[in-house]
Design a binder for this molecule. Structure first.
Ligand code: BES
Ligand code: ZN
Length: 840
């Protein structure tokens, strides 16, 4: 393990004076660090800083910049208390890391809002510091900038005073460098106060309507009140600001007291936003606010325990929204987003475990794998919660915060607190889940009259079985032990168990354990015979597990085709989500513009026609929650099926409204229908201009969705031409455009050529960013033919040693290989099954 800087120098307080000039694009600063030297050779982090002078206790000393270690190295005369004063300069760049400007237009005028992004290791680009999460210290910020009237500046703490144009902020509590933040420019805001007296605010540029801030303000206030109660620990700062930044690389960032967001994840038009979008925005806000305690007040000791921050916040976002807004059924969203994401990625050999050893800064960014650290990690914590219950969870957390506040913790500290509160050795159970990659498939069979269970690791594609075992919370509805710890388990005489339970065998009831179940045919038939008695989560789980088994060649994909019809009348949004996820996968087995596609479209029609009639394009007075949520799922299927009534109805709706004012839940699909079936160059230009000009983030997303669906190659070329024009498509949004075109058979070649030709540009533009690797992920999620596989390997394999991309490339090659093999093995059977279903 590389030595940490904190081992030789412990900072206690920072005085930061930073002078930012937007016009000259420069940062000038003086950082004073009071701390203790434990050795005489010490170092502090810096990156891209030009250091002009280092003083030790007021005296200039020689120093060395080590660019590889990203440090300034200093020799001291003695150990003990020391004050370092460092003068430096740096360029202000558009990298969305460190201190950076965001760009936006108001009334045709280009403006800037400067903000910060310091996680993971970018504080060192703004000021010299020991940039390690365990190096907690207090900070006094003083910021100067080329200020003009009407501008404001905000930071982690309230402003204290302004002298000679320098804004001085109150000293912070002890915190990690990656959570320091400030922002300045022209902003609008809305404020409120929690019951306990915390000031809550939402800030945005003036390009937005004031009402777009209301939703976030309400959720943020109630979330803080909820957490103060749930954690039984007060919010420790005077204010909690939420700020939407026009340029933002991640989704949102939990800076203590000044949380920053992508505009799409904070602002929404309360009068026209889909329920689905509201739910997502609410979970982003509650995620970041969960971190204000879990992450900010108590921080992981090192990045290997990143899961401690992120998995936890990812569970809490659902737990809290469920408390704030029970009518949103937010745990259902967990089942349709986190669960499938985790189960898919975690089934590929070579995947990382939730807990990973990590040292190199570029590798630190690469461990933020949404499917693992977030989705799988939160699933594991849901499993813990269901094992110990909320009372023990709350009691344990209270003790955990009390023991580690303003300090750091490791995974074991959490297990200890939860173990004491619950009386269970929870750490022993969780280690197997956190430290091992992958998850088990539990096979249930009746052998000689006995019901037997067997666990083994589940792989999609080739996998090296290492005989891994997991302590599995079974959640069986038959008489069975709580935990299955060995490879095999005999539950006893099947007939008597079946009789005693009075219903078919179900394992992992509630879908809270991270595993899938493979029922032997007779057990599965028993379940399917009682389909209507199963709750929606169970139905979703059944479809989800079968889909994964089919992707792993353990059952035939063709069998799923017959099964979908049994679910097609379901009025549950999540069951339909699972159903159409499988149906969409069937597109991999056909060739566009051939009879196989015509047949599949017709199959989509048989699945969706009745529901399309039932739901229509407009909200209905008798709409329930599920009807509203599933309408887009069904209509999307209807458009694929080329349902002529649906196409005409969408067109009529388009004619009635201006594009932006279309009902938000179906807007993306209405626009898609227009672009694909009624499109013209004129319409296209108009929508692209709308994209550039609108400040409504969800309308922007809908436009991207629709425009990338065009089949017109001239227009596709026009789009590609805008990919590198940040005034049209911001780098933060480029991946969605690329993905959209790549998924469009008419646009795939152009998009694929673009990324290969422009890889160096992409690397230079978003290369330092942790989202960079996901350009590869989305490509592998789409490719499924031998030709594309060969091209994919030819292009990416030579890049396999690029830091931060290694695992992604290795895994994604396997992902495409596995799909190609599946399609080759099953295309004929699948197409035959589809033909059978439509001729019935
Ligand atoms: N701490 C992260 C943001 C982050 C991630 C910063 C990686 C630097 C590197 C933040 O709390 C987060 O998890 N954001 C998510 C959104 C969230 C709602 C799941 C994100 O950015 O994707
Ligand atoms: Zn987070």
């Amino acid at each position: 393990m590389a030595k940490r800087l904190l081992a030789s120098f412990v900072p206690e307080h920072y005085d930061l004076l930073i002078d930012i000039n937007r016009k000259a694009k420069t940062i000038k600063g003086t950082t004073t660090i009071v701390g203790k030297a434990k050795e005489t050779e010490i170092a502090v982090n810096q990156k891209f800083l030009q250091v002009s002078q280092v003083l030790v206790d007021g005296q200039p000393v020689p120093f060395e910049l080590n660019q590889a270690r990203e440090t300034i190295e200093i020799k001291l005369a003695k150990q003990g208390p020391v004050t370092l004063t460092i003068d430096y300069q740096a360029p202000l760049t558009d990298t969305m890391m460190g201190i950076y400007p965001s760009y936006y237009d108001v009334a045709g005028e280009r403006k800037q809002l400067v903000g910060t992004q310091f996680e993971t290791t970018f504080a060192r680009q703004a000021f010299p510091c020991v940039d390690e999460p365990a190096a907690k210290a207090t900070f006094s910020l003083a910021i100067k900038f080329d200020e003009h009237p009407g501008e404001t500046i905000i930071a982690n703490m309230p402003e204290d005073h302004v002298t000679n144009g320098v804004h001085y902020f109150q000293e912070t509590v002890k915190m990690s460098t990656y959570l320091v933040a400030f922002a300045f420019g022209e902003m609008q805001k809305k404020l409120t106060t929690t019951k306990s007296g915390v000031q809550v605010g939402v800030f945005a540029t003036k390009a937005h309507q004031a009402k777009e801030l209301d939703f976030a303000l309400d959720i943020a206030k109630r979330a803080i009140e909820f957490y103060e109660d749930f954690y039984q620990t007060k919010y420790p700062l005077p204010h909690s600001w939420q700020l939407a930044l026009p340029d933002f690389s991640a989704g949102a960032m939990e800076n203590w007291g000044l949380v920053t967001y992508r505009e799409a994840y904070l602002l929404l038009d309360p009068d026209n936003t889909a329920l689905d979008t509201k739910r997502v925005v609410a979970t982003v806000i509650t995620h970041e606010l969960a971190h204000q305690w879990f992450g900010d007040l108590v921080t992981m000791n090192w990045w290997d325990d990143l899961w401690l921050n992120e998995s936890f916040a990812n569970m809490m976002e659902y737990l809290s929204v469920d408390a704030l807004q029970p009518d949103w059924h937010i745990w259902e969203l967990f089942q349709t987003s986190e669960a499938p994401m985790a189960l898919q990625r975690d089934a590929t050999d070579g995947v990382q475990s939730v807990h990973v050893d990590v040292e190199d800064p570029r590798e630190i960014d690469a461990i933020f794998d949404g499917a693992i650290v977030y989705a799988k990690g939160s699933r594991l914590l849901v499993m813990v919660r269901s094992l110990i219950g909320d009372d023990a969870l709350r009691a344990g957390l209270k003790n955990y915060f009390a023991a580690h506040q303003y300090g750091n913790a490791k995974g074991d500290d959490l297990w200890q607190a939860l173990g004491e509160a619950s009386g269970m050795n929870i750490g022993a159970i969780m280690k197997a889940w956190l430290n091992q990659p992958g998850y088990p498939v539990v096979e249930a069979k009746v052998v000689d009259g006995y019901l037997t269970l067997h666990q083994k690791q589940f792989f999609i594609g080739d996998g090296q079985d290492q005989n891994r075992l997991w302590p599995i919370p079974l959640n069986a509805n038959f008489k069975a032990p709580k935990l299955m710890e060995k490879a095999d388990l005999d539950l006893g005489d099947y007939q008597s168990l079946r009789q005693a339970a009075g219903k078919p065998l179900r394992l992992n009831d509630g879908n809270n354990s991270h595993l899938i179940v493979k029922y032997a045919p007779e057990l599965l038939d028993d379940i399917l015979d009682h389909l209507n008695e199963l709750d929606h989560i169970t139905q979703l789980q059944l479809l989800q597990d079968l889909r994964l088994l089919a992707e792993a060649h353990q059952i035939s994909y063709a069998d799923l085709v017959g099964l979908l019809g049994k679910f097609k009348a379901s009025q549950s949004a999540i069951v339909n989500d699972a159903l159409y996820r499988i149906a969409s996968k069937l597109r991999d087995f056909i060739v566009p513009n051939t009879p196989s596609e015509t047949n599949l479209k017709q199959y989509f029609a048989t699945l969706s026609a009745d529901q399309t009639k039932r739901l229509g394009w407009k909200k209905q007075i008798n709409d329930d929650f599920d009807a509203e949520l599933m309408r887009p799922t069904i209509l999307s299927a209807a458009l694929y099926a080329e349902d002529s009534a649906a196409i005409a109805a969408a067109h009529a709706l388009f004619k009635q409204h201006s594009a932006a004012k279309l009902p938000a839940d179906v807007r993306a699909l209405v626009l898609q229908n227009e672009v694909v079936n009624f499109g013209s160059g004129e319409l296209f230009d108009q929508l692209l201009t709308d994209y550039q000009q609108t400040s409504d983030p969800s309308y922007k997303q809908d436009l991207c969705f629709a425009l990338t669906k065009t089949k017109d190659t001239t227009l596709i070329g026009k789009l590609i031409d805008r990919f590198e024009d940040a005034k049209t498509i911001k780098p933060q949004d480029l991946r969605a455009w690329y993905r959209g075109l790549l998924a469009n058979p008419a646009g795939q070649q152009a998009a694929w050529d673009w990324i290969r030709d422009e890889w160096d540009w992409l690397d230079a533009t978003v290369g330092g960013d942790m989202e960079f690797a996901t350009f590869i992920t989305v490509t592998s999620a789409i490719f499924h033919t031998p030709a594309r596989l060969a091209e994919f390997k030819a292009f990416f394999e030579p890049k396999v040693n690029t830091p931060g991309l290694t695992r992604e490339i290795q895994m994604d090659v396997k992902v495409v290989e596995t799909k190609v093999a599946l399609v080759q093995a099953e295309a004929q059977a699948v197409n035959e099954a589809v033909t059978r279903m439509i001729s019935k």
